[in-house]
Write a protein that binds this ligand. Structure first.
Ligand code: NAP
Length: 327
């Protein structure tokens, strides 16, 4: 990876800084600066409509600036012109599938036009853009053994996946030096907000619900702070095109759920009472939920110094307090 010289002033703008992933990216950017003893010379800014919405005890508030910006308005270009970031990580999105189905025009503005406008700006100003996308640009077809590679054509089954695929294409058309990073299902610490694949499950179980988890839905999940660390490393590198940053292990949703609940202290014998294992067809969701969007990560493994951890290891590290990006 090309790393900036220690004396070089650096500015990293994280779009979607209040979100599940964006809060970790902000923290990872700060941790990187601190690790390289460049914190005072590094201006790190988090932006979104309500950028400091992450819990107070949890975000690196003394270390970064927050900027309120609704990126569906021309406030976006005004903020960019003012901040002049050298690097942007775009983790802003309309990320919930149901929201995208309900509000496809908003999904178009946030998932397609926002990244396109960021890419137009970075191309014009010679800045670096890492745009976050998703494994759900796939789903209409099954992957070959080993998962989808970057060479596979997107084939989404949802408005969310379709808008994310169009957003990728617009970014690449505007700024050929930009990097589009497709992430898999993310789990990990959401600062008590019940976001992501693990906190949402643990919260539902705590509420006394018995969530249905699919045994025919396959993913290559990754811990959110592990993903954030990789994104920041890539933001300070120069790779372009499309990159799959998936976890090293393919798991069904029910297997992941069991690992999460075991890490949360539940006993193996309890698991089948705490969650139900079923199929997408039984739930009438076979057409709308892709069965397998596993990502093949050979290209990422050749580029990254960040180790992409298997869920079992990430959950164990987190339970032992050894895996924290949030200061
Ligand atoms: N979570 C996953 O499992 C997963 C898996 C694969 C890929 N991804 C990708 O990772 C990225 C982040 O996902 P996430 O789960 O962190 O989503 P999230 O928690 O819903 O966060 C989305 C962020 O976008 C911001 N945002 C939305 N509309 C905006 C607007 N008009 N102007 C400015 N900011 C806006 C939100 O902030 P405000 O509400 O404050 O505006 C929030 O900070 C997305 O690109 C998603 O496709 C996520």
């Amino acid at each position: 990876m090309a790393i900036a010289k220690p004396t070089e002033p650096t500015s990293c703008l994280v779009f979607g800084a209040s979100g599940f992933l964006g809060a970790h990216v902000l923290a990872a950017a700060w941790n990187r600066a601190r690790r390289l003893e460049r914190a005072e010379r590094t201006r790190i800014v988090g932006a979104s409509r309500v950028p400091d919405a992450a819990p107070h005890h949890w975000r690196p508030r003394e270390a970064v600036e927050f900027r309120a910006c609704d990126a569906t308005t021309d406030a976006l270009e005004r903020a960019l012109d003012e901040l002049r970031p050298e690097r942007i990580v775009n983790a802003a999105a309309l990320s919930r599938l149901a929201d995208c189905e309900r509000e496809p025009e908003l999904a178009e503005r946030v998932n397609v036009e926002l990244p396109e406008r960021l890419a137009r700006w970075t191309a014009r100003h010679g800045a670096r853009l890492v745009h976050v996308s998703t494994d759900l640009v796939f789903g209409a077809r099954l992957p070959t053994t080993g998962g989808f590679s970057e060479a596979d054509e997107p084939a989404p089954v949802s408005v969310y996946g379709a808008t994310k695929a169009r957003g990728e294409a617009r970014v690449r058309a505007q700024d050929p030096r930009a990097l589009v990073v497709r992430l898999p299902l993310l789990f990990g610490d959401s600062g008590g907000r019940a976001l992501g694949a693990s906190d949402s499950l643990v919260a539902a179980v705590k509420r006394g619900e018995v969530p249905l988890l699919f045994r025919d839905e396959w993913r290559t999940p990754l811990d959110v702070s592990n993903a954030a660390e990789a994104l920041v490393e890539l933001a300070y590198g120069d790779a372009s095109g499309v990159l799959h940053v998936g976890g090293p292990v393919r798991l069904s949703r029910v297997e992941l759920g069991h690992l999460v609940l075991r890490a949360a202290g539940k006993k193996s014998a309890e698991l089948f009472q705490l969650v139900r294992a079923g199929t997408r067809a039984e739930a009438g969701l076979a057409a709308t939920r892709p069965s397998d969007v596993s990502l093949a990560t050979e290209r990422a493994l050749g580029l990254l110094e960040t180790t992409l951890l298997a869920p079992r290891e990430a959950l164990a590290r987190r339970a032992a307090g050894l895996f924290r990006t949030i200061p």
